[in-house]
Each structure stands twice: as structure tokens, then as C-alpha cells.
Design a protein around this ligand. Structure first.
Ligand code: C2E
Ligand code: CA
Ligand code: CA
Length: 760
């Protein structure tokens, strides 16, 4: 080989410099990889030492320069390796600098004293031999994963050792080539190690993300992904993901959606943008995820960088919250809120397709009593069984909800308008039938009945609230006239309901504001005209509504339960008044009207006892007027209460007799003292022979049962005399007196007695 050795050396040095520049550049770009400049310094110093040596003895400071470069080079390789292994700290560095300085001086002294080329080259070669073998050993023994680099360093060390021991080829060219190869290989390995470490650090950082991370291009081809992402996409490993199409891994993201991401980036809308998806890998295996996508440029190409987050837990919590807000916990049915939302949706759909929805509002009659007698656990059990039966009455697409308490709502969506009523009625019948059968609950056999109100969507803008409220109004209408039936909503009910709402609001303040008072209507002996009894009648002058007749406010109070308080007030006030009249009217009895709700109150008998005792009244001075409706359907409890009252000595009077069910069985089944013949018979008596006959029959019947008879609504003298002729015991009505305030009653007592007596 005929190569100019000088040129070859220059070439070799050039390669050294170039590779060192690469190392420095790597460091420069990442700033943190300090082993790169350290190794570069080591190599540059080595090269510089060679140059100084080659300059020959003519170069004055040759020996100190060679000594300096040697120690700087060794120090550079040492520091680079230690840093690479993560072992370099401040204290070590300080110690190393001191040792280097000392070694430098020692080398210089050796070279100067010996002044011999052989000593110098052998010392330098030996130093590098030790240095590289040490570097190789450090890398290999630390199992850094850079075995090749370690062995290449060992090889370089051995090459230097061979140099020191004069074992190298005698051909200078061959030696140069071998030296160049060993040297370049080791520096290339160093460059690779630095790059690799940087790469690994990023990969590690990405892999240790708790979120899936991936980058894909416009076609959806995945360029980068981390472990977590592979797991989320159910890929066997990251390797399989890279290069594949994202749409092949998940049904949550299609190719067109990938395209959509890029279009959004192009439109420069705000990003990163976030969306939630469900990744499906087979039906049962659903993975709710949140995707955070942002644009990312790689080699000038727009890519999508995406974070994939498993939101299973979050979704579960969201779902739980949603369930709690929309479903009833006892029955699992929709609650009022959930039902309203669903119904609104159905109403819109129905409107769009020219159909209508029907709503059935179902209230379980007297459910409260089941709760009170068997406890809430049994009540809940019953509700669950009710829900089950109701479900059996409706179709697959019908809605069923529980609106609190014992109220259920059925929605029949998408009915043809002309058939809606018939279908709703049929459903209502099914419900009434299904709920009529016995329920077996924890050793109790319970029967219930239901009242159903039905409303159909009729106007276009009808909201769910309105429809449910209408059905509710219709249901209350059923309740008012007995129970266990079904009724369709009509406008009239709504007017009543509105009025009831206003009255109810005002009535709540009536007692505390002193807006109530009692008037008294005399009940006189038909023969003697003596006032034996008075009926106490309630009057309400509302501050906002003015005078409101009892026919308007009593039913409202009965519906809302306010009648309990009103009734207690009436009882107390009537007894107080009778007590106050003790001097003037010692024989007088007072009759008060009592509603069903009052009798069902367990405290009622006690209340009566206390009222009597407080005003020093004999129980015989009090009479309670009940209507037939109070007695109907209220089984054992009312019976027992009445028996207790009778045992006290209080009389019971059956009001409005003849208007209601007029079942004679009440007369025998309940212990009753008095029958009050309704005004409607009395009114027709004189002109209508049928009424006359009927009254005569009732009187005869009453007498045969040993009951007292009172005729109500006696407005004329003719009526009074014809009633007297039939044998009716007592008369009450405008003919005798209108209901009057307490003070006016005293005046009536003072004037009427002689007049009445004078009449006989
Ligand atoms: P009721 O128990 O049948 O009371 C008799 C009603 O007939 C009273 O009307 C009375 O003023 C009226 N009346 C009496 N004599 C005549 C007459 O000759 N001709 C006509 N046309 N009417 C006569 P009022 O006071 O308006 O009471 C209406 C209803 O309100 C009562 O009917 C009763 O059911 C209820 N009510 C009144 N006060 C109370 C009360 O304190 N508690 C309860 N639960 N209900 C009450
Ligand atoms: Ca009455
Ligand atoms: Ca009456």
C-alpha cells in the first residue's frame, strides 16, 4: 500500500474530530447528557496529544503538552463513563481533578527525566490500555445493556496494550487502519449509547404515563404508542401497534373519524379537544375512554397526538349519580324526574309522527295504613310487588315510573289519536284487575285497590308536567267519590283543582289568623218547638278570599288532611260555647259535623273526652254527625271508634240520610242514635207524593229501630206540620231559624220558646 502516512494520519484525525463533533452536537441538543462532551474531550485530547507528539522535538512545549493531553483525555473518558453510569457526584469530580493534576505533573516529570520516545509512547499506550479496559469493565459489570460498547472499549484497551507491548503489526499502514477501526468503532458506539439513552428516557417517560399515548398520521397509521395504549387497545404489544391502523384495533374510532380529527386541526379550532368514546372489543367488553387529541408535526407532516384515558371508574360513578337522580331506589323504576325527561322525549316523538301519549296516574288507596300497621319494610316490599304487577300490565315500550309514595305513573307512548282513550282505558282495567289480587307479604295477606286518573296528550305544546298533572287531577277526582276506580281527565277537574289549590293555601292560615267562627242552627222538638239541640256549622272569612262557603272549603280540607286541625278546632270551640251557655241553656246539646279523616285519627276519642271534660259537659250533650260516606269502606277502625264514643255516652247521628248509598245495613251495623233526613226529601214533600211516602217510610223505619229522627231543610210551615204528622221527632231549617252566631242564638231561645209552645 502506497499511502502517504502523514495524509493517512490527517485523515484519521479528521474522522476523530468529526465523530467528536457529533458527540458534542448530541449533548448540545439535549443539554443533559454530560457523558457526551466528557467523552468528546477525552477523544479530542487524545487526538491533540497525538498531533503534539507528531510535531516532533522541534515543537518546544511538546512534552508538557503530551502529558497534559494524556491526563485530560484519561480524565475525560473516566468522567464520561462515570456520568453515563450515574455515579458522578461533586466529591468524586473534585477528587478526580486533584488526581489528574498530580498525574499530569508525574507524567511530565517522567517524560522530562527519561526524555525517551520509547518510555513516552509506552506510558501513553499503557495509560490508554488501562483506561479503556477499565471503561469496558465498568460498562460490562454494571449490566447497563451496552455490552457491545463495553466489549469494543475492552478491545480498544487491548489494542493499546498490544501497542505498549510492541505486539502490533510492523507495517505502519496496517497499524493505522487497525487503530482507525478500533477508535471509530468505539466512538460510534459511544454516540449510539448517548442517543439510545436519550431515546430510552423518552420512551420510559411515555411508557410510565398512566394514560395511553399514541401518534398517528392522516391515514390512521400509528407511529408511536406506549405500553398503556397497547393494553387499552387490547394489542398484544406496542410493536404490533406501530405501523398498524388505529381503526383496526377499536370499533370506537373509525377511519372517517380519524379523518375528522385532522379536519378539525386544519380548521384550527381550539385544541386539544376532548371527547368520550366507548371502545368495544366484543359486546361484553366495553371500555369507556376519554380521548384528548392535539396536532403534532413530525418531519413536516401533520400527525394526531392522542392521550387515551380509561374512564371506567369515572363512568361508573357518573352512572351511579345518574341512576340516583333518575330512578327510584325501592322499585328500580323511573322516578318523577326521570319519568318527566322520558315523557318529554316521547311527547316530542309522538308529535312528530302524528301520534299521542296517554298517562295513567295510579294511586294505591290507603297505602299509608299498610305502612302504619305493618312497618315500612313491608310497605317497601308491597311497593316492589306492585311495581312487578304493573310491569306485567304494560307493553315493552311503555314507561313505568314511581312518583313518590304510593303513586305510580304509566305512559303509553305512540298511540293513534282515535284509539288512545280506548287503549288507555284497557290498560287501566288491566291495572285495576292485577292490583285487585291478593299480595302475600311476610306472613300477611294484603289486598289493595287503586285509583287511576287518565290523561291523553291533546294539544301540540303539551309538556310532560301538564300531562302528568292532569292525570293526577283525574285520580284525585276518583278519590273524592270513593276509590278503586278509573276516570279520564276533563277541563272541569282542572278548574276545581286550581280553586282547591288557592283555597288550600289560604286555609292553612285560617286558624292562626282567627278567621274561623261557628254559627249555630237550632234543632227543635217537632211537637213542643223546644230547642233541644243546635248544629254547629263552620264559617270562614278569609282575609284574601272573603267569605268562603263550607261546601267549597271542607272538601279541600278533607283532601289535604287539614280537616283534622279544623275539626279539632270546631270540637273545642263548640264545647267551649256550650260550656258558656250552661247557665242560660242548661239542657242544650250541640251537634257537630265530623269527617272520615277525623274518625280515622287514633287520637280522636281522646280529643273528644278532653273537650268535654275541660268545659264540664256531659257526654250526652254532644252529638257527632257523620255521613254515609264516612261509614262506607272504612271497616273495623271506624266501627271501633264509634263503639268507644257511644260507650262514653256521646250520640252519633247519620247526616244527609237518603242521598248516599242509603244502605239500611248501616243502620243496624253501626250503632246510631239519630237519622237526619236530607233536605232534598223535605223540600219535595208537600208537592211530590213520592217524597212524602219516602219520608214516611224513613220515619217509620227509624222508629221501628228506636232511632231519633231529624228533618233537615224545613223551610215552610207546611213542611213542618206534615213532618210532625209523620211522627218525625225534630225539625231543623230556615223555617225555624237560619244558622246564627252564638249571641243571636240566645235571643232566639228567649223569643222562640214561648212562640213554639204557644203553637201547640
Ligand atoms: P250539613 O251538615 O247538611 O249542614 C246543613 C246545611 O244546610 C248547612 O249549610 C245549613 O246552613 C243548610 N241549611 C239549614 N237549613 C236550611 C234550609 O232550610 N234550607 C236550605 N236551603 N239550607 C239549609 P252550610 O252551613 O253551608 O254547610 C254545608 C255543609 O258543610 C254541611 O252540610 C256540612 O256537611 C259541612 N260542614 C259545615 N260545618 C262543618 C264542620 O264543622 N265540619 C265538617 N266536617 N263539615 C261541616
Ligand atoms: Ca250536618
Ligand atoms: Ca245534612
Amino acid at each position: 500500500m502506497n499511502v502517504d502516512p502523514q495524509l493517512f494520519i490527517l485523515f484519521s484525525l479528521g474522522i476523530d474530530i468529526f465523530l467528536c463533533l457529533v458527540l458534542v452536537t448530541v449533548w448540545w441538543r439535549h443539554n443533559d447528557e454530560l457523558q457526551a462532551p466528557a467523552w468528546a474531550i477525552g477523544q479530542i485530547a487524545l487526538t491533540a496529544g497525538t498531533v503534539f507528539w507528531r510535531l516532533g522535538p522541534a515543537f518546544g512545549p511538546r512534552m508538557p503538552a503530551v502529558a497534559l493531553m494524556l491526563v485530560v483525555s484519561v480524565a475525560g473518558f473516566w468522567a464520561g463513563t462515570e456520568f453515563f453510569l450515574g455515579k458522578l457526584d461533586q466529591a468524586r469530580l473534585r477528587r478526580a481533578i486533584a488526581v489528574t493534576a498530580l498525574l499530569g505533573l508525574a507524567c511530565y516529570a517522567l517524560f522530562a527525566v527519561a526524555d525517551d520516545a520509547f518510555v513516552t509512547t509506552t506510558t501513553v499506550a499503557l495509560s490508554y490500555a488501562i483506561t479503556f479496559i477499565w471503561v469496558g469493565w465498568r460498562l460490562l459489570s454494571h449490566r447497563t445493556g451496552y455490552g457491545v460498547l463495553g466489549w469494543v472499549c475492552v478491545l480498544r484497551g487491548l489494542f493499546n496494550l498490544a501497542n505498549a507491548l510492541q505486539l502490533v503489526p510492523t507495517s505502519f499502514e496496517l497499524w493505522l487502519v487497525a487503530s482507525l477501526l478500533v477508535k471509530s468503532a468505539s466512538i460510534l458506539c459511544l454516540i449510539h449509547a448517548v442517543q439510545d439513552k436519550i431515546q430510552k428516557r423518552y420512551t420510559h417517560a411515555i411508557d410510565s404515563l398512566s394514560k395511553g399515548f399514541l401518534v398517528y398520521d392522516r391515514q390512521g397509521v400509528i407511529r408511536t404508542a406506549n405500553e398503556r395504549c397497547a393494553r387499552l387497545l387490547r394489542a398484544p404489544a406496542v410493536r404490533q401497534l406501530i405501523g398498524s391502523n388505529i381503526a383496526d384495533w377499536t370499533t370506537g374510532l373509525t377511519r372517517s373519524e380519524v379523518e375528522d380529527h385532522f379536519q378539525r386541526f386544519a380548521a384550527a379550532t381550539a385544541y386539544p379537544y376532548v371527547e368520550t368514546r366507548v371502545f368495544r372489543q366484543g359486546a361484553p367488553d366495553e371500555l369507556p375512554v376519554e380521548l384528548i387529541a392535539s396536532p403534532h408535526y413530525e418531519r413536516g407532516q401533520l400527525h394526531c397526538m392522542m392521550l387515551v384515558m380509561d374512564i371506567t371508574d369515572r363512568k361508573k360513578k357518573d352512572d351511579e349519580l345518574y341512576r340516583a337522580a333518575h330512578y327510584d331506589s325501592v322499585t328500580g323504576l323511573l322516578n318523577r324526574h326521570g319519568l318527566t325527561i322520558e315523557l318529554d322525549r316521547q311527547l316530542v316523538q309522538a308529535r312528530q309522527s302524528g301520534l299521542v301519549c296517554a298517562v295513567l296516574f295510579i294511586d294505591i288507596d290507603k297505602f299509608k295504613r299498610i305502612n302504619d300497621s305493618f312497618g315500612h319494610a313491608t310497605g317497601d316490599l308491597l311497593l316492589q310487588q306492585l311495581a312487578e304487577r304493573l310491569r306485567g300490565c304494560i307493553g315493552e315500550h311503555d314507561l313505568l315510573g314511581r312518583c313518590g309514595g304510593d303513586e305510580f305513573v304509566v305512559v303509553l307512548p305512540g298511540l293513534a289519536p282515535e284509539q288512545a282513550s280506548a287503549q288507555a282505558a284497557a290498560c287501566g282495567e288491566r291495572v285495576l284487575g292485577a292490583l285487585g289480587a291478593r299480595f302475600d307479604l311476610a306472613q300477611h295477606a294484603i289486598t289493595v285497590s287503586a285509583s287511576i286518573g287518565v290523561a291523553c296528550q291533546d294539544s301540540d305544546g303539551m309538556a310532560a308536567d301538564t300531562l302528568v298533572r292532569n292525570a293526577d287531577i283525574a285520580m284525585h277526582d276518583v278519590k273524592k267519590s270513593g276509590r278503586g276506580d278509573m276516570r279520564f281527565y276533563d277541563e272541569g277537574m282542572s278548574a276545581y283543582a286550581r280553586e282547591a289549590l288557592v283555597i288550600d293555601g289560604a286555609l292553612r292560615g285560617a286558624i292562626p289568623n282567627g278567621e274561623l267562627r261557628l254559627v249555630y242552627q237550632p234543632i227543635v222538638d217537632a211537637r213542643t218547638g223546644r230547642m233541644d239541640k243546635v248544629e254547629a256549622l263552620l264559617r270562614w272569612h278569609s282575609a284574601t278570599l272573603g267569605n268562603v262557603a263550607p261546601d267549597r272549603f271542607i272538601p279541600v280540607a278533607e283532601d289535604s288532611g287539614l280537616i283534622i286541625d279544623l275539626g279539632a278546632w270546631v270540637l273545642a270551640e263548640a264545647c267551649r260555647q256550650l260550656g258558656a251557655w250552661r247557665e242560660a241553656l242548661p239542657q242544650l246539646a250541640v251537634s257537630i259535623n265530623v269527617s272520615a279523616r277525623q274518625l280515622l285519627e287514633p287520637a280522636f276519642v281522646g280529643l273528644v273526652q278532653r273537650a268535654l271534660a275541660e268545659h264540664g259537659l256531659a257526654p250526652q250533650q254532644l252529638e257527632l254527625e257523620l255521613t254515609e260516606r264516612v261509614l262506607i269502606g272504612t271497616g273495623g277502625q271506624v266501627h271501633a271508634t264509634l263503639a268507644q264514643l257511644r260507650a262514653l255516652g256521646v250520640s252519633i247521628s247519620l247526616d244527609d240520610f237518603g242521598t248516599g248509598y242509603s244502605s239500611l245495613s248501616y243502620l243496624t251495623r253501626f250503632e246510631i242514635d239519630t237519622i237526619k233526613i236530607d233536605r232534598s226529601f223535605v223540600t219535595g214533600m208537600v208537592d211530590c207524593p213520592r217524597s212524602q211516602a219516602l219520608v214516611a217510610t224513613i220515619v217509620a223505619l227509624g222508629q221501628s229501630l228506636g232511632l231519633q229522627l231529624v228533618a233537615e231543610g224545613v223551610e215552610t210551615a207546611d213542611q213542618a206540620s206534615s213532618l210532625g204528622a209523620t211522627g218525625c221527632h225534630y225539625l231543623q231549617g230556615y223555617h225555624i231559624s237560619r244558622p246564627v252566631p252564638a249571641d243571636a242564638l240566645l235571643r232566639f231561645a228567649g223569643t222562640s220558646l214561648p212562640a213554639a209552645e204557644a203553637g201547640h
